[in-house]
Ligand binder design. Structure first.
Ligand code: BG6
Length: 472
């Protein structure tokens, strides 16, 4: 639909930016922090840094918050590292870790920035992993207890809580993210069992949050890539429905409705990967309800019917945004209408609007964008600036579509692109930069870690303060 007038962004719109603990904080063993699965990892993608120092936000958070305040951010979405609060995941609470997040939250509130807290962003305590990780039901108990600790500590200061970041990526790319070391059917059965136990943990934590903090709001934060059919061929429509169910709706249907999507369940049964689900589980799943749906959006995906052999279902290496194809399910297609970024991810601003509408139509819960952004090889030029006009263009095109979705009637709480400051990416290390704020370090040379606002941060500030910047 075209409109001659657009709905304005409301005064409470959460203009924000995001990070995660392990990608930005550093201080991996500082002040009693325990190791997470990320810290004990022994190998990283070739040519990329580990996460031990990252952007050193742990030691420089006051300077970082001051820069976010300069940008006039109204929200900052960050993750509380479970291992800073409870170093071994389920034992003693670490007072220094608790203090760190009090200090950070206080600094944000003093600057008028709303904290939005992710409880878990890929960084499981290593001690829990040794005891079976999410495959051990005791991990769900430990997660609920971790929730109780942080709700009690920060609940009077924090309204918005996110449960688990990108549970779907932890399952679909479990070997890459470290959710399992098993492969083949055994690995997939393990992953989908972990997946089920994570849903139970999430439902319990949402219920507990509502009991302890009646005015708080909590929701899941999956990575949603709307799946397009490659054509109007009925087989393509069917393949898109199947892959949408397995990649996207499975995660949100469980979080919102407390049930498995029928196509996703049929897929799990067909594959022999379906977890055991008891009556008690179903009751737990129904007991925890989200107040909103948060989601990370980078791109859409395009699929056709699963013709062909395993070898030609996809001709591109898969990662979180690049479809792979699966025998008997779907064939991965490149969308000829979309450009790609330097890392091969398709760029689809209109897909953002399509996705808002699909999510609103399905769940009718307010939506919060917790990630969206452009990974690029940014350069600090001799004039001391980062001229990331390509990022401004990316963000502008996505926000134009977000405003169209608002005008369509979708309820949108806010926009927190990835990322507030440069951090270590999950697959391509430091060189793949996302931040509004440049951090002066190389992949392996920490240099001086100096912060510099990129041109995109000035554009974003102007948009937040004046409402201008989305015009073509
Ligand atoms: C999301 C994650 O998958 O995408 C982030 O929540 C991640 O942790 C972001 O950094 C971008 O992915 P990448 O691989 O480019 O860092």
């Amino acid at each position: 639909m075209h409109y001659s007038e657009l709905k304005p962004f409301g005064p409470d719109f959460l203009w924000g930016a995001s990070t995660s603990a392990y990608q930005v904080e550093g201080g991996w063993d500082a002040d009693g922090k325990g190791p997470s699965v990320i810290d004990v990892r022994t190998s990283y993608p070739e040519g990329t840094s580990d996460y031990k120092v990252a952007a050193d936000h742990y030691h420089r958070f006051r300077e970082d918050v001051a820069m976010m305040a300069d940008m006039k951010l109204r929200a900052y979405r960050f993750c509380i590292a479970w291992t800073r609060i409870i170093p071994d995941g389920d034992g003693e609470v670490n007072p220094a870790g608790v203090k760190f997040y009090h200090d950070l939250i206080d600094e944000l509130l003093a600057a008028g920035i709303e904290p939005i807290i992710t409880m878990y962003h890929f960084d499981l305590p290593a001690a829990l992993d040794e005891k079976g990780g999410w495959g051990n039901p005791a991990t769900a108990d430990a997660f609920v207890r971790f929730g109780e600790v942080i709700f009690a500590e920060y609940g009077s200061k924090v309204t918005y809580w996110l449960t688990i970041n990108e549970q779907n990526m932890m399952i679909l790319y479990g070997n890459a993210i470290g959710t399992t070391t098993l492969t083949g059917d055994e690995g997939m059965r393990d992953l989908y069992r972990q997946n089920h136990l994570m849903f139970l943990a999430q439902a319990r934590v949402m219920a507990r949050c509502h009991e302890l903090l009646p005015s708080a709001k909590i929701g899941p934060a999956p990575n949603i890539s709307l799946v397009y059919p490659n054509s109007c061929a009925p087989e393509d429509i069917l393949a898109a429905a199947d892959w949408n169910a397995v990649r996207n709706w499975l995660y949100l249907d469980l979080a919102v409705f407390g049930r498995y999507h029928h196509l996703a369940w049929a897929y799990l049964v067909k594959k022999g990967w379906a977890p055991e689900v008891t009556e008690e589980d179903l009751a737990i799943l129904k007991s925890g309800k989200p107040d909103f749906v948060a989601f990370n959006y980078y791109a859409t995906q395009t699929v056709a019917g699963p013709t062909g052999t395993a070898a030609d279902l996809s001709n591109r290496p898969g990662d979180q945004q690049i479809v792979q194809g699966e025998v008997g399910i779907y064939r991965a297609m490149k969308n000829p209408h979309l450009p790609t970024n330097a890392f091969g991810w398709e760029i689809d601003p209109v897909g953002f609007r399509n996705e808002f509408n699909a999510l609103w139509d399905r769940y009718h819960l307010p939506l919060l964008v917790t990630e969206n952004g452009l990974g690029a090889f940014d350069e600090l030029t001799p004039d001391g600036k980062v001229h990331d006009d390509y990022r401004i263009d990316y963000l502008k095109r996505h926000l134009q579509q977000l405003q169209l979705a608002l005008t369509d009637g979708v309820e949108i709480l806010g926009y927190c692109p990835w990322s507030a400051i440069d951090l270590v990416s999950t697959h391509q290390g430091v060189k793949k930069r996302y931040g509004f704020i440049h951090v002066n370090r190389d992949e392996f040379d920490l240099l001086d870690l100096k912060r510099t606002r990129k041109e995109s941060s000035y554009w974003y500030e102007r948009l937040i303060t004046t409402g201008h910047g989305l015009e073509d």
